[in-house]
Design a binder for this molecule. Structure first.
Ligand SMILES: NC(=O)c1ccc[n+]([C@@H]2O[C@H](COP(=O)([O-])OP(=O)(O)OC[C@H]3O[C@@H](n4cnc5c(N)ncnc54)[C@H](OP(=O)(O)O)[C@@H]3O)[C@@H](O)[C@H]2O)c1
Length: 282
């Protein structure tokens, strides 16, 4: 059996490969990355192939002879549109007749109103249309996305947020371990909604205070006040607005879901919020 992990040099990929290597022989793992040198440094002793999502021929060659693929979604904002990059990957999966793909998607991708979900919705549809056996790993929010909020609490004893509603935060290592487990599973589900318990930002702040030795003042502000605060800290307006927009999917309810899929695939309870925050701040 040959397993490939694409975009393996990112945070998710690094973690997923480390978990996969505990589940199968290292010889069965193929690292696929756009940057050969970076991959060689990160994964000594592994088989490494160059696979760039920007070029269909590159990713097609990288997946030759592979049975099961962990297809890690790309970041938006590159030279080639993310949806087009993902079209290249799906064509490569099809051309190589891979047996199975696990794709890192977005919470409730098919019905989500979030702009961020749209490429994931389209990619899920492409995979289904290509008739490739699959699992959609619909990952909710990484707890690491809130590192700035946690560090403000730790360093300035003051942390602000603007979003209402809930997200299902869990550690990126928990999502990536689950991805490795699904990739090697004999009977994977077609869809997993991977998330921690639905949690408000205010409860996240309580979790932060449990994690800190010196308590922090936590307050909700308006989105405009949040942007102004980032500008006061030296960011230009477009960057401040972009950072503030990371809370849009929380505020508009796109990340509010009740599911136990993540704990169930991991076979254990998820890391407690304040323990997860301590781990990030270490
Ligand atoms: N649910 C969430 O909260 C959340 C948060 C952040 C991201 N995400 C999604 O989850 C994915 C994995 O997260 P992450 O933390 O691993 O992100 P990351 O650390 O930024 O890694 C992104 C990976 O994509 C690779 N990549 C970018 N363009 C590529 C291309 N043209 N061809 C091949 N590979 C390319 C990067 O390669 P290099 O190493 O060469 O740069 C890197 O390995 C992200 O890409 C994004 O779609 C989800």
């Amino acid at each position: 059996m040959k397993y490939a992990v694409t975009a393996a040099t990112g945070n998710f990929g690094k973690l997923a490969v480390s978990y996969l290597a505990k589940l199968v022989d290292q010889k069965e793992i193929v690292i696929v990355a756009r940057d050969q040198q970076k991959a060689e440094k990160l994964f000594p002793g592994f088989e490494i192939r160059v696979g760039n999502y920007d070029e269909e021929a590159s990713i097609t060659a990288a997946l030759e002879g592979i049975n099961r693929v962990l297809f890690i979604s790309s970041q938006p904002g590159g030279a080639v549109e993310r949806k087009v990059q993902h079209e290249h990957v799906v064509s490569a999966l099809k051309a190589n007749h891979v047996d199975f793909v696990a794709y890192t998607s977005f919470a409730q991708a098919q019905t989500s109103k979030s702009e961020l979900a749209q490429d994931h919705k389209a990619t899920e549809e492409m995979i289904a249309k290509a008739d490739i056996a699959h699992s959609f790993l619909r990952n909710n929010w990484y707890l690491e996305n809130e590192t700035g909020f946690f560090q403000s609490g730790q360093q300035a004893h003051k942390a602000i947020y603007w979003a209402n509603n809930c997200a299902g935060w869990a550690l990126e290592r928990e999502y990536s371990e689950a991805a490795a487990r699904v990739l090697t599973s004999e009977n994977p589900n077609e869809i997993y909604e991977f998330a921690g318990p639905a949690t408000t930002y205010s409860a996240l702040g309580e979790g932060l205070n449990q994690a800190l030795t010196v308590k922090s003042e936590i307050s909700q502000v308006t989105k405009d006040e949040y942007i102004a605060d980032l500008e006061d800290k030296g960011l230009d307006h477009p960057t401040a607005a972009l950072y503030a927009s990371f809370q849009d999917p929380i505020d508009n309810g796109s990340l509010n879901e009740n599911t136990t899929d993540l704990a169930s695939v991991l076979g254990r309870p998820l890391t407690d919020l304040s323990e997860g925050i301590k781990e990030i701040l270490k």
